[in-house]
Design a binder for this molecule. Structure first.
Ligand SMILES: Cc1cc2nc3c(=O)[nH]c(=O)nc-3n(C[C@H](O)[C@H](O)[C@H](O)COP(=O)(O)OP(=O)(O)OC[C@H]3O[C@@H](n4cnc5c(N)ncnc54)[C@H](O)[C@@H]3O)c2cc1C
Length: 353
């Protein structure tokens, strides 16, 4: 009989992160289709009690924890040791974890130490002839494969955003401690701090409900024969600040900077969506001033509801790539939408402007 281990690391507050709660949802779904299997949760962190209490109603029959200051920061050596200890203690045959940067670095080592195997970037699962299979994409999201493995333990890292995060009621719960020797040799790497862009400069927001895509049209000559790049910047930044959407871009727009043309200053190649860019996951997407050519639109594979604004009624979005195409001037539409958003959420008293 299978033992499914949910391998979870805590957030900075000791609680479960969104990605960890998605892993819990994955485990619950898989457990339902595996008669006789059991669910165990294993938590790693500096202090884990908030996470353990959140797991009280998760359906896990055992709660295990590796806890201590050495296990607070993300560090390959201590994380791999903690994960391997939890897998052994649970006698896990299947190990589910979120594809966070922390687990993606440490779990291949844990799989090797437990003589198991690991798959990353899993995007789904199914039962095939009574055994678990996972799905993942290859070749820039153009081919989907279904995989089964015979070695155990089998570690599976699911990409974030696949499962709705579990949100069960917390309650009193205690974890069984799993001791791991945090040898000083394992702690030679120290996390000295986190460098992150200021909140307003951070335009890529994987958890946002909406992806706003900006295309090269924002920098092109408009009806008056002139380009309006500064106006475009202001409109897009205003929309992003008000909606908290994530910002994507077409390749043409981010490439323009390399050609010395006027571009939107806050865009980098990290924003690029498409065949040679990213394939983000958001419930909704809105493409603006972007033509919707296949190499771009292929990056929208995981966007559920797609809309586009383009002056051209014959653009790519009109050919089955969007659910709704607004044939309109994106400058005018975004200005009107920003005005509505401002009405919906007036600035707090005392806020300038
Ligand atoms: C091997 C290969 C890989 C590629 N990979 C990618 C990739 O990963 N991602 C990607 O994006 N592209 C990729 N491309 C490029 C892709 O084919 C397109 O060239 C690119 O997506 C076009 O960008 P765009 O739509 O922003 O620009 P354009 O094609 O220039 O379109 C601009 C659009 O803006 C519209 N517009 C202008 N003004 C307004 C206005 N005021 N209101 C509304 N609409 C307006 C125009 O009607 C036009 O449709 C790849 C190409 C190749 C060959």
């Amino acid at each position: 009989m299978d033992t499914i281990l949910l391998l979870l690391h805590t957030g900075p507050d000791g609680g479960l992160t969104r990605a960890a709660r998605e892993t819990v949802a994955a485990g619950q779904q898989i457990l339902r289709d595996m008669p006789g299997a059991s669910l165990v949760a294993g938590v790693v962190g500096g202090q884990v009690q908030p996470a353990i209490e959140q797991l009280a109603s998760s359906g896990a029959s055992r709660l295990l924890a590796v806890e201590g200051p050495a296990f607070g920061p993300a560090r390959h050596a201590t994380d791999a040791a903690a994960a391997a200890a939890l897998i052994r203690s649970a006698q896990a045959t299947l190990v589910l974890a979120a594809g966070t940067s922390r687990w993606s670095r440490a779990l291949p080592a844990a799989a090797h130490r437990c003589q198991g195997c690991i798959d990353t970037h899993a995007t789904g699962w199914a039962m095939v002839d009574g055994s678990l299979a996972i799905t993942r994409w290859y070749y820039r999201q153009r081919m989907e494969a279904q995989l089964r493995r015979t070695p155990r333990p089998w570690l599976i890292l699911f990409d974030p955003g696949i499962f709705p995060p579990w949100d069960g009621a917390p309650g009193p719960a205690q974890a069984q401690r799993v001791e791991v020797d945090a040898d000083p040799n394992l702690q030679r790497t120290r996390v000295e701090g986190v460098q992150a862009p200021a909140a307003q400069a951070q335009t890529i927001r994987p958890d946002a409900d909406l992806l706003l895509v900006a295309g090269a049209g924002w920098t092109k000559k408009q009806a008056d024969g002139r380009a309006h790049v500064q106006e475009a910047e202001a409109l897009l930044l205003d929309f992003l600040a008000k909606s908290r959407a994530s910002l994507g871009s077409s390749k043409s727009l981010v490439d323009l900077s390399g050609e010395g043309e006027a571009v939107l200053s806050f865009l980098t190649h990290l924003n690029q969506v498409g065949q040679t860019g990213s394939t983000p996951r958001h419930p909704k997407g809105l493409a603006t001033c972007c033509h919707g050519e296949e190499p771009h639109a292929v990056g929208w594979r995981f966007i559920h509801e797609r809309r586009a604004i383009n002056l051209d009624p014959g653009c790519g979005w009109a050919r089955g790539k969007a659910d709704v195409l607004y044939v309109a001037d994106a400058f005018a539409v975004l200005a009107a939408v920003n005005a509505r958003l401002a009405q919906a959420a007036p600035p707090a008293p005392g806020t300038p402007g």
